[in-house]
Write a new protein. Structure first.
Length: 600
């Protein structure tokens, strides 16, 4: 997949299987038996509407799309109270608002296919149904952009719309801005892929299609996109894979939709060859993963079908939001994006950068991209400790979600990777997560975890030698603790070889291409290997995880861990650097390395 026609062919291959399942003249699609936070009507509307995110750009780009008629008839039916498939009235924070944005995009990009053929009577009904979004409050986060898109579409179609509703939504969205191009998704400090695939994606659509109505807003949104691109590009490795992090990973290619939106808005946030390379390599990486079911419909999962990693708000049709990345198909062949030659992957620089606004440290190195973070409080989401509470996230290793209990005799079920867990009695375990205080501190990713009044864990993370990062934990506990700390989960489909260095507190796991390891810089913990339960990792169905375990007395303890994750070829020569990095870390923290090394 190297050009516009190839990408259009793949878009069609993802859309056709869904369109073929739509009942004749219907507006609801039941793809299977699957529950979500919302009831059946909006779930079936979601499954029907989401292919429009790819279909509308296809039509706008002049490609043959015979499925357009199916969705045109569905829009007419779903907005008609007299039709059996009527989508119903809209309430507060209603999932229907989310799907309204897909219809709005179809009207904005290809009105000749999804609006004009409706006829006056159906147009009047459809516009009135969509205007309900101005009468009910959306969720106080990126959902505010759905109101913006709907009103923008109505305005461009010559229908009644509400400028005050748009201005109020944009004013509120502006309060979520953190700087350096980064937003939080709502009142809480939720920072994840909703920044590129929602805030910037919708903002750039507004800037391009609504710049005449909102010129100053467009200027600001474009400026923020340029700032965001500088750090966000480091999320993408040279092989095209991006760093999995946070919730909603089942939207897959939407992680690179930001680059598509930049091209659509004509915003050269980076040189066109790099933008094209970042997007197209990511799409090729996804095209090589088994992400569809036997019918060709996108499944719930990440690199393979996997319900364990899903969210409560993921309906069975939700994954088609991945089609946002196909927005570039709306651009003609003569657009600078399509004329540009992709930057070769070997020219993508190895780089390390800090993002104070988000509290991230990022590195693109040989073989993968990696994120260090102090953590976030994301307790509203399934598996939140795994998705936000880890120390490191990698495009090559992925992250793992628990499949069952976290009892110490079954650590393979908790499948904790790149994390920390403690127990006071050896039976009940607390996993680091729900971090309420995190930022860059002392030049490192820092977070404080205090699950109750008897325990506080502060952790500093920083990059060290090639493939390595260091973690320093300051643990204050009113009770003696059992403690477990883990490294990257590694694919064990091919034999993982534990490398025994004949010293305690050290473990390395290696497969044909990658190595993952841990070194206890204190020398007080024992190393072990956990064979994680199947389907816990979002990249690989079968993994192994290096782990350090030990005991700590009540009071204050300092632990330092070296964590390795890199291609096998990058391993040699890196290890001596970790000792030097350890001494430098102790110096930066004002900690006596002799005290750290003798902590018990």
């Amino acid at each position: 997949m190297s050009d516009r026609d190839d990408l259009a062919a793949w878009a069609g291959a993802l859309i056709r299987p869904v369109a073929a399942l739509v009942p004749e003249g219907g507006a609801r699609l039941r793809l299977g038996v699957w529950g979500a936070d919302y009831d059946a009507v909006p779930a079936e509307m979601e499954a029907f509407v989401r292919p429009l995110w790819g279909l509308a750009p296809l039509v706008a780009g002049g490609f043959d799309a015979p499925e357009a008629g199916t969705f045109l008839r569905g829009i007419a039916a779903g907005t008609d109270p007299a039709h059996p498939d009527y989508w119903g009235e809209v309430g507060p924070s209603d999932q229907r608002m989310v799907e309204m944005a897909g219809i709005a995009m179809a009207w904005l990009l290809a009105p000749q296919a999804f609006w004009e053929p409706l006829g006056l009577e159906a147009q009047t009904r459809a516009a009135a149904w969509m205007r309900q979004i101005n009468d009910q409050p959306p969720s106080d986060n990126n959902w505010l952009y759905f109101r913006v898109l709907v009103n923008l579409a109505l305005a461009r179609l010559g229908e009644d719309w509400s400028r005050p509703a748009v201005e109020a939504a944009l004013d509120r969205l502006d309060t979520f801005y953190l700087g350096e191009g980064w937003y939080r998704d709502g009142e809480k400090r939720q920072i994840d892929y909703y920044v590129p695939m929602a805030f910037h994606f919708y903002g750039l659509v507004l800037a391009q299609l609504g710049g005449d109505q909102f010129p100053e807003r467009a200027r600001v949104l474009r400026s923020r996109a340029r700032a965001f691109a500088e750090s966000f590009q480091v999320f993408f490795a040279s092989d095209g894979a991006a760093i999995p992090f946070g919730r909603s990973m089942t939207y897959r290619m939407a992680q690179s939709a930001f680059w598509a939106a930049c091209a659509f808005a004509g915003e050269e946030v980076l040189p066109w060859p790099r933008i094209k390379g970042l997007l197209m390599r990511n799409l090729r990486w996804w095209a090589g993963q088994p992400i569809t079911d036997r019918d060709g419909v996108l499944s719930i999962g990440y690199a393979y079908p996997n319900p364990l990693m899903s969210e409560g708000y993921n309906g069975i049709g939700a994954p088609n939001w991945a089609l946002k990345a196909f927005l570039v198909l709306a651009l003609g062949r003569d657009h600078p994006f399509w004329r540009a030659e992709e930057e070769p992957p070997e020219d993508l620089p190895e780089v390390q950068t800090a993002v104070p606004a988000a509290g991230f440290l990022l590195r693109r190195a040989r073989g993968h991209a990696i994120l260090l973070t102090g953590g976030q409080d994301a307790r509203a989401f399934r598996g939140c400790d795994a998705k936000y509470g880890g120390f490191a996230y990698s495009s090559a290793f992925g992250f793992s979600v628990p499949s069952d209990a976290t009892a110490p005799e079954r650590p393979e079920m908790s499948a904790m990777d790149s994390g920390l867990a403690v127990s006071r009695d050896g039976l009940a375990w607390l996993r680091r997560g729900r971090v309420t205080d995190a930022r860059l501190r002392d030049g490192m990713a820092w977070g404080r975890w205090a699950p109750d009044g008897r325990l506080e864990v502060e952790t500093w993370c920083d990059f060290a030698g090639e493939g390595w990062h260091l973690r320093l934990h300051r643990i204050r506990s009113a009770d003696p603790l059992e403690i477990a700390e883990s490294g990257f989960a590694i694919d064990r489909t091919s034999m993982v070889e534990p490398a025994d260095p004949d010293e305690s507190g050290v473990v390395f796991l290696r497969n044909a291409s990658l190595v993952s390891g841990l070194r206890d810089m204190n020398g007080v913990r024992e190393a072990e290997v956990i064979r994680a339960a199947p389907n816990t990792n979002i990249l690989h169905p079968r993994t192994a995880i290096p782990r350090l375990v030990g005991r700590l007395p009540a009071g204050e303890s300092l632990l330092v861990t070296g964590a390795l994750g890199c291609p096998v070829g990058a391993w040699s020569g890196a290890e001596p650097q970790i000792s030097e990095a350890f001494l430098q870390l102790c110096a930066r923290m004002g900690a006596d390395p002799r005290r750290v090394a003798s902590a018990s």
